[in-house]
Design a binder for this molecule. Structure first.
Ligand code: PMP
Length: 434
C-alpha cells in the first residue's frame, strides 16, 4: 500500500499554473479542475492496469477509469496493440473502412439496435439522435429529466447532471431562449409527471430522452418499470423514446442496461466503452428509423473523423475482450469495493447510502433515499470533499465530485484493493469530522 501522500503536489501545481494561463480554467472539461472538492487537479502521465501515475510520481488506484470507458483498465496490451497496428496503416482516410463495419456489427450483435451511425463523442450521439427524432416525427419539443446529462448540446443543458450539477449551474448562458423553450424538464423516476406532460402537450413532443440508468447525479437507477413506462407513453402519443447508454452501454452488461432491463427504445446512444479510451460514440435504432438519416434519407449528420480507424480498433479490441467472465469480474469488484466503503463509513458513523445500477455505483452522504435529483442534492457535499481528499492522499483516485458515478475495471487486483482498503479508515474519519 502507498502510505499517505502530502497534500501538495508540486509537479501538478506547476502544470496547472501553466495551463490556467492558456486554457480556460486550466482544463479541457470542467469537472477535471477539482473546483467541487478544492485543491490542485492531479496531472496524470501514465496508466497501467488499475493504476494511474501523476506528474509527481505518485500511484493511485483508479476508480474513475476515464469516466467509464476503461473496463479493462489502463493500457491493456491487446487494446494498445490494436491501436498500434491501426496507426501503422494510417490514421484517417475519410473513406469507409473495414474496421467501422466490424465495430458496427459488434454493436448491433450485442444490442437491440438494427443500424448504427458512428460519431466521435456522446454529445454528438445524443444531439444527432434528437435531430433524427425531430426529423422523423416533424415535432420540436423534447422531454429530459433533471439530473440526467446527455452531453452539452444546447437543448440538453437544461437542469443537466454531471459538471453542471457539480457546479450548481442553473442553465448555461449562450443557450438561447428558443432552444431552452423546446426542452421540457421533469423529475427522474416520475411516471405521473410524464403522463401529465403528454396529456397536455403530447402532439408537440418529438421524443423523451433518458439515461438508461442515471449516472450523472451520482447513480440513480430507474425504478422498476420506469423505462418501460416511458416506451408505452411515448408510443401512445406518436413520440420516440431515446435511451442514452453512453455511460451504461457495454459497461453494466454485454448489451448495456437494455440487456439487463429491456425497454422498447426507438433510438439508443452509445459512447465511452465502445471506443476503448479513444473518441468514438454511436447512435442507433430500428432500420426504418435510421433510414431517415443522410445519405439514405433527408436528416443531415456527418463527421470528418467519424469511424476513425484507431478508435474503431480500440473499441473492437475492448468489446471482443468483454465476455461474460469480464462482466462477472466487474460486478464482483464493484460489490467488493462497495462493501469496503460501506464498512468504513458505518464504523465511523457517517450517514450514507450506496446507490447502484449494475456495476456502476456511488455513495450519497445522506440518510435520504435518492430517487431523483432533489434527493441527490440532500447529500453532505462537505463530507464528500473531506472523504475525497483523504482517499487521494491514500492513493485512491475517486471522481472529484459527489455527483458522479464511480467506475471499476477488471484490472483491479489484490494490490489495488489493499490500497483502497488501507485508505478508507482515515477517509471515513475525515468525512465524519467534516
Ligand atoms: N450521455 C451520458 C449518459 C453521459 O454520461 C455523457 C458523458 N459523461 C454524455 C452523454 C456525453 O458524452 P461526451 O462527454 O463523450 O460528449
Amino acid at each position: 500500500a502507498g502510505g499517505r501522500y502530502p497534500a501538495d503536489a508540486p509537479a501538478s501545481e506547476a502544470l496547472f499554473d501553466r495551463a490556467r494561463a492558456i486554457v480556460p480554467g486550466g482544463v479541457n472539461s470542467p469537472v477535471r479542475a477539482f473546483r467541487a472538492v478544492g485543491g490542485t487537479p492531479r496531472f496524470m502521465v501514465r496508466g497501467e492496469g488499475p493504476w494511474l501515475f501523476d506528474a509527481d510520481g505518485r500511484r493511485y488506484a483508479d476508480l474513475v477509469c476515464s469516466w467509464g470507458p476503461l473496463i479493462h483498465g489502463h493500457a491493456h496490451p491487446e487494446v494498445v496493440a490494436a491501436v498500434q497496428q491501426a496507426a501503422a496503416l494510417g490514421t484517417s482516410f475519410g473513406t469507409p473502412t473495414p474496421g467501422e463495419v466490424e465495430l458496427a456489427a459488434e454493436i448491433v450483435g450485442r444490442t437491440p439496435v438494427e443500424q448504427v451511425r458512428l460519431v466521435n463523442s456522446g454529445t454528438e450521439a445524443t444531439m444527432s439522435a434528437i435531430r433524427l427524432a425531430r426529423g422523423v416525427t416533424g415535432r420540436s419539443k423534447i422531454v429530459k429529466f433533471a439530473g440526467c446529462y446527455h452531453g452539452h448540446a444546447d437543448g440538453l443543458l437544461a437542469a443537466a447532471g454531471s459538471g453542471v450539477a457539480t457546479f450548481g449551474l442553473p442553465d448555461s448562458p449562450g443557450v438561447t431562449k428558443a432552444a431552452a423553450s423546446e426542452t421540457i424538464v421533469l423529475p427522474y423516476n416520475d411516471v405521473a409527471a410524464v403522463e401529465a406532460v403528454f396529456a397536455a402537450d403530447g402532439a408537440e413532443i418529438a421524443a423523451v430522452i433518458t439515461e438508461a440508468a442515471a449516472g450523472n447525479m451520482g447513480v440513480v437507477a430507474p425504478r422498476d418499470g420506469f423505462n418501460q413506462a416511458l416506451a408505452r407513453i411515448t408510443h401512445a402519443h406518436g413520440a420516440l423514446l431515446i435511451v442514452d447508454e453512453v455511460m451504461t452501454g457495454f459497461r453494466v452488461a454485454p448489451g448495456g442496461w437494455l440487456g439487463l432491463d429491456p425497454a422498447d427504445a426507438d433510438l439508443v446512444t452509445y459512447g465511452k466503452v465502445m471506443g476503448g479510451g479513444l473518441p468514438a460514440a454511436a447512435f442507433g435504432g430500428r432500420a426504418e428509423v435510421m433510414a431517415h438519416l443522410a445519405p439514405a434519407g433527408p436528416v443531415y449528420q456527418a463527421g470528418t473523423l467519424s469511424g476513425n480507424p484507431l478508435a474503431c480498433a480500440a473499441g473492437l479490441a475492448s468489446l471482443r475482450l468483454a465476455d461474460a467472465a469480464l462482466y462477472r469480474r466487474l460486478d464482483e469488484t464493484a460489490a467488493t469495493i462497495q462493501g469496503l466503503v460501506t464498512d468504513a463509513l458505518s464504523k465511523a458513523g457517517v450517514p450514507h447510502r450506496v446507490a447502484t445500477a449494475g456495476n456502476m455505483f456511488s455513495f450519497f452522504f445522506t440518510d435520504a433515499d435518492v430517487r431523483d435529483y432533489d434527493g441527490a442534492r440532500t447529500q453532505d457535499v462537505a463530507a464528500f470533499k473531506a472523504f475525497f481528499h483523504a482517499m487521494l492522499a491514500g492513493g485512491v483516485y475517486l471522481p472529484p465530485s459527489a455527483y458522479e458515478s464511480w467506475f471499476v475495471s477488471a484490472a483491479i487486483d489484490d494490490a489495488a484493493l489493499e490500497q483502497i482498503a488501507a485508505a478508507l479508515p482515515a477517509a471515513a474519519e475525515e468525512a465524519a469530522a467534516a
